[in-house]
Design a protein around this ligand. Structure first.
Ligand code: SAM
Length: 290
């Protein structure tokens, strides 16, 4: 009890209406305001280091693998030959770290905020694990919408690791952005979008479903549990003009996983296949015309 009373510093996340998340701060590691957002990194005794942007938790050392492994390995084990990869957002380097476990040729990471990349490299090295120094990686500091509007390159996998739909990340949830991502996919390519927690962010889930439906021939969702994205499972949206992630041959995926012998903590074949189960209320939303 005495120990509990000592924890007088609490970070309070107020991302959702009528619902708050409180995480104790055992020490503040870093705090600043960049040109785009407020950045805070603090230590929590149970969760390790916690990264917060604009008062919203982006990751904790304890459960970041759940999110990063599922955002990356589901598409990379599903496409035929994942050679050219684009990450939009992802300044912490967690998505990059997981992508580089595959024999890819190039990874382009486009984040609007170069300061967050440098801050994470310095204060959260456990996330990127030196990935930014890999010779396959090209980092571009630019708004993701501007980049994709100008780019004529085609990518096998595009992963949108954005903040929530306000502040600098808002544009990454627009219909126009989804159409441009679709046009930037190679013929058999697949795009992945972080979709929030539908139990508390149903409106965002509906909008993402509509965006995906309009921009891609095939689309859907899979789900991951990330305990510090509170409120239930998190949805990950996918879109493709060729591949149906709901209808892949699991034995092919299993063979690829075994052959790769990657060092993973969360992702495996059972997580891959079970993540495509969808609750009846969300399935109905995905079936609606609009
Ligand atoms: N995994 C965490 C999550 O899902 O919340 C972390 C996401 S990552 C830290 C989010 C990144 O998106 C930030 O680094 C932010 O700078 C970047 N971002 C926000 N708006 C952007 C935009 N318009 N273009 C490119 N990157 C953007």
């Amino acid at each position: 009890m005495a120990n509990k009373e000592k924890k007088s510093d609490w970070f309070v996340e107020e991302l959702h209406d009528n619902y708050k998340l409180m995480v104790s701060v055992s020490s503040l590691i870093y705090q600043s305001k960049t040109n785009y957002q407020n950045v805070k990194i603090f230590q929590n005794e149970s969760l390790g280091k916690v990264l917060v942007l604009d008062e919203v938790i982006q990751l904790t050392e304890a459960d970041e693998v759940n999110y990063h492994e599922m955002m990356v390995h589901v598409p990379l084990f599903s496409v035929n030959i994942p050679k050219k990869i684009l990450i939009i957002g992802g300044a912490d380097g967690g998505i990059l770290r997981e992508v580089l476990k595959h024999p890819v040729d190039t990874v382009t990471l486009v984040d609007i905020d170069g300061e967050v990349i440098n801050i994470c490299k310095k204060y959260l090295p456990s996330i990127s694990k030196n990935s930014f120094n890999d010779s396959r990686v090209k980092v571009i500091i630019e708004d993701g919408v501007n980049f994709i509007s100008k780019s004529s390159e085609k990518f096998n996998v595009i992963i949108v690791d954005s903040t929530d739909p306000f502040g600098p990340g808002e544009v990454l949830f627009s219909n126009d952005f989804y159409n441009k991502i679709s046009n930037s996919l190679a013929a058999e390519g697949i795009a992945i979008f972080q979709g929030g927690v539908p139990f508390l962010q149903e409106k965002q889930f509906k909008k993402m479903n509509n965006n995906l439906k309009e921009a891609f021939s095939l689309h859907g969702f899979y789900f991951v549990t990330v305990p510090t994205y509170s409120g239930g499972s998190m949805a990950i949206g996918w879109g493709s003009n060729y591949l149906d992630l709901n209808d892949l041959d699991n034995s092919i995926i299993e063979n690829k996983i075994i052959k790769s012998s990657l060092d993973l903590k969360y992702y495996n074949l059972s997580m891959h296949t079970s993540s495509f189960g969808i609750s009846e209320n969300l399935r109905k939303i995905t079936q609606r015309k609009k």
